[in-house]
Each structure stands twice: as C-alpha cells, then as structure tokens.
Design a binder for this molecule. Structure first.
Ligand SMILES: [Zn+2]
Ligand SMILES: [Zn+2]
Length: 197
C-alpha cells in the first residue's frame, strides 16, 4: 500500500472499496491534468455523487468543501472531474468498474457477518475478500476502472460569498437567495418547514 493511499485511508478513517476507487480517480485526474494544476487556486474538483470516494479526492487533490473548490454536482453518477477554471480545461473520469462488478460474493459474506451468531471466520472471510478487491482496484490499469475524457466546461458559479438578510420569523441572517415568500413574510428554509402549507 503506497503512502498516499494510506493518507487517504487515514483521512477517511476506514478502509473500503470506494476509498480505493477515489484514490485511483484522483491519481489519474491529477496525472491527466498535468500542467493545468500549476496554480491550484484556479482548480476545482467536481464530484457527481456522495460516496467514500470523495474523501480520497479531497485528500489527494486538496480540493475540499471548506475551500469551496470541491463541488457536488448531484448528477448521481460516479463521475469525478478536475477543472482549471482559468483555462476551462477539465478532465472527466467516469468509474465504470462497478458496472460489471459481480457483487454476489461480497453480498453473501456481508449477510453472513450481520447475523447475530456470525463466526469470526465469516468476518475474516469478508475482510479478506474486501482486501483482495482493494488490491485489484489499486493494481488495475486506469482504463479498466475509468472512462477518461478531456472536457470543456463553463466555470462553476462562485460560492461562499453571499448577501444575507434576516428571516422575518426567526430573525437569523440567511442567504437572500434562499429566503422564500410565504403569507407576506420572507422566511428561511428552517422556518418554512414549521409553517403548515
Ligand atoms: Zn468508506
Ligand atoms: Zn427563519
């Protein structure tokens, strides 16, 4: 296990299949982007779904939610993109590994270990199988894991800075874009939920 992968696992705080996928995705994107990553202030990572893989993307690329250069696109696909927002150049990796992956063995082992009378042998077997798959993911050629393409994307919207005004009910300050009119009042999302439709 390479030290960078160990760092990703340490950040994520457990070893799992998707942290290995995220690690491989981050590595291939970084290598394909090359010089486009010279100024990381111009770079954003776009992730299509919320999985363990995203923690590896954060650890390896340094793009994080807190720095607002990690963007969840909610497209519901294992698609990971690094984009240089100054040049527009972006590399996209779709993880195709799961499309043909046979989950049956893992599923059976997981079911086995969830029984109240699960044996230590069953737990060891699941652990062993998981590690085998992780080793396979770490050793696989990029082309077996991902469809990789260069794409051109519009720059992502600037986030993090917003104009805030108080909600008419709780009087807490909220992003004005998220205030909604209801019964003549402008309400925040939390207060909207407390008023019957
Ligand atoms: Zn995980
Ligand atoms: Zn409110």
């Amino acid at each position: 296990m390479g030290s960078e992968f160990k760092d990703a696992v340490a950040f994520h705080q457990h070893l799992c299949l998707d942290i290995a996928i995220g690690y491989r995705a981050a590595k291939v994107l970084v290598s394909e982007m090359g010089d486009q990553l010279k100024n990381m202030k111009e770079v954003v990572a776009l992730v299509g779904n919320e999985t363990c893989a995203v923690d590896a993307i954060q650890e390896i690329t340094g793009c994080t939610f807190g720095k607002r250069n990690l963007i969840l696109t909610h497209i519901g696909k294992p698609v990971y993109i690094l984009q240089n927002t100054a040049t527009g150049t972006a590399v996209r990796a779709y993880c195709k590994y799961w499309d043909t992956f046979d989950h049956s063995q893992l599923r059976a082992l997981r079911k086995e270990t969830k029984r109240p009378d699960a044996s230590p042998e069953a737990k060891a077997a699941l652990q062993k199988k998981t590690e085998e798959i992780i080793d396979a993911i770490l050793a696989a050629p990029d082309s077996a894991l991902f469809s990789i393409s260069e794409v051109s994307l519009p720059p992502p919207p600037k986030s993090g800075k917003y104009q805030a005004e108080p909600c008419d009910q709780c009087h807490e300050h909220v992003d004005i874009a998220l205030l909604k009119d209801k019964g003549g009042k402008r309400l925040c999302t939390e207060c909207l939920g407390t008023i019957p439709a």
